[in-house]
Design a protein around this ligand. Structure first.
Ligand SMILES: Cc1ncc(COP(=O)(O)O)c(C=O)c1O
Length: 466
């Protein structure tokens, strides 16, 4: 059979170049950065430009600075992608999403032993920061109501907390005009001291904060001891100073790793608890939770009822719209993992944190600041900083891709500079071995160099790191 050559129609230049990602003119021109461009560009080109730029970000899997989840199961991610278009606040339109958030609140209230004699309440938030702002507001309102009922001035609220609190507590105090009273650390105590905290409490104290898993060292604050001491102080003075537990990280660790530890609603003064679903709740960012022991702890004036999406919607949140997919993913995890799954994962994280700690300790070159069996975090300092500081070590690890922050401790332990490795889901023993090999190589190389004359000043604070 004889075939004829067919004459092709001329394809316009723009169409021909649009088909090719790196053949398009857009990949040979400067990218608009500060003004919306006048003309559109093909989707494949726009995708590639943004994708390529993001290659300069750190690799989330090697980001050992963060407590935030970087790995989820493909089924969870599928559900998240399927629900990206759902707005969490549209309760009338997405009733099952609302039902799912209600179930999460219930599961957490049970996990934290909310007493059967009360009706616990709670809400999903963007993270622990929003949860803490809501809890703080409820504490402030309750304190003010009490003071007014007693005919006393209610214009000088204060909040007592360790100097190791995360920055969101400083924000709460400033934004909502509450005097922050920081309990200093000491060179041998990196969490709240109960005696020191109680010395700062007075009739204007809206609450004392106990942290279940300090951002600095992963250490649990002595919450049971704080509860008992505050019960006695309240009895003696007639005050009613409660405790809020910031369980941003520990709220999904302690119930599985240390089920007998008393830190939650089993203790009478714990009025509210926050937890980050996107930390050891094992959900991609951003989801958090706040649970109140009883609905009586939540002043009615703080709850807004809106009806413009149909039906009555009670809400207590700082924002209105937000993605529903993280809440749905939280429910997936609770359902999929159950207590068994969370316990197994937390156990592995604890084993890997212990392994790193022991290998570092064996060398005799490091001081360990984190404790075993609390958050799976390894915080350590270099014993000899003559040739290498933790800041140098952090910088050199970064060249290999590892992101391990170096920072100084909070006042009055600020002379101690440390490195912190957060062991998260996705960080296996094999990864731990590779990280250790890199640390040991950098330290060994530094010992061949002459000692530095002076050490660079510590720059980074950890309060902004989460
Ligand atoms: C103890 C503590 N509280 C609160 C936060 C803030 O949490 P989020 O990032 O979920 O807002 C963090 C973050 O690391 C934290 O460690």
């Amino acid at each position: 059979m004889l075939s004829k050559k067919v004459k092709l129609g001329i394809m316009p230049e723009s169409e021909r170049s649009h088909a090719l990602t790196y053949g398009s003119r857009f990949t040979a021109e400067a990218v608009p950065k500060y003004e919306i461009p006048d003309e559109s560009m093909p989707a494949n080109v726009a995708y590639q430009i943004v994708h390529d730029e993001l290659n300069l970000d750190g690799n989330p899997a090697l980001n050992l600075a963060s407590f935030v989840t970087t790995w989820m199961e493909p089924e969870a991610e599928k559900l998240m992608v399927e629900t990206l278009g759902k707005n969490y606040i549209d309760q009338d339109e997405y009733p099952q999403t609302t039902e799912i958030q209600n179930r999460c609140v219930n599961m957490l209230a049970h996990l934290y032993h909310a007493p059967e004699t009360h009706t616990a309440v709670g809400t999903g938030t963007v993270g622990s920061s929003e949860a803490i702002h809501l809890a703080g507001l409820a504490l402030k309102w309750n304190w003010r109501k009490r003071r007014r009922a007693e005919g006393k001035p209610a214009d000088k609220p204060n909040l007592v907390m360790g100097h190791n609190v995360q920055v969101c507590w400083e924000k709460f105090a400033r934004y909502f005009e509450v005097e922050p009273r920081y309990v200093p650390l000491s060179p041998i105590r990196y969490v709240l001291g109960v005696k020191e905290a109680l010395e700062m409490v007075d009739e204007n104290t809206i609450a004392v904060v106990g942290i279940l898993g300090s951002t600095y060292t992963g250490e649990y604050e002595p919450i049971e001891e704080l509860n008992d001491a505050l019960v006695s102080l309240n009895e003696k003075t007639g005050w009613d100073v409660p405790i809020h537990v910031d369980a941003a990280s520990g709220g999904f660790v302690a119930p599985f790793s240390s089920p007998n530890l008393q830190w939650d609603f089993r203790l009478p003064l714990i009025r509210s608890i926050n937890v980050s679903g996107h930390k050891y709740g094992l959900v991609h960012p951003g989801v958090g939770w706040v649970i109140w022991r009883s609905e009586a702890e939540l002043p009615e004036e703080l709850i807004f009822h809106v009806n413009y999406l149909g039906g009555d919607q009670p809400t207590f949140n700082l924002n209105f719209s937000r993605g529903a997919h993280q809440i749905i993913a939280q429910y997936y995890n609770l359902l999929r993992l159950g207590r068994e799954g969370y316990s197994r994962i937390m156990n592995n994280l604890q084993l890997n944190a212990r392994y790193i700690t022991e290998r570092l300790q064996e060398t005799g070159q490091f001081d360990m600041l984190s404790k075993q069996g609390e958050l799976p975090v390894v915080t350590f300092a270099l014993k000899d900083t003559g040739r290498l500081t933790v800041f140098d070590l952090s910088g050199q690890l970064r060249q290999r891709g590892w992101i391990v922050p170096a920072y100084t401790m909070a006042p009055n332990a600020q002379d101690i500079a440390v490195l912190r490795v957060v062991v998260r889901e996705g960080f296996s023993r094999d990864m731990a071995d590779m990280l250790l090999a890199d640390i040991f190589r950098i330290v060994a190389n530094s010992q061949k160099a002459p000692p530095a004359e002076s050490q660079p000043a510590a720059a980074e604070k950890t309060r902004g790191v989460c």
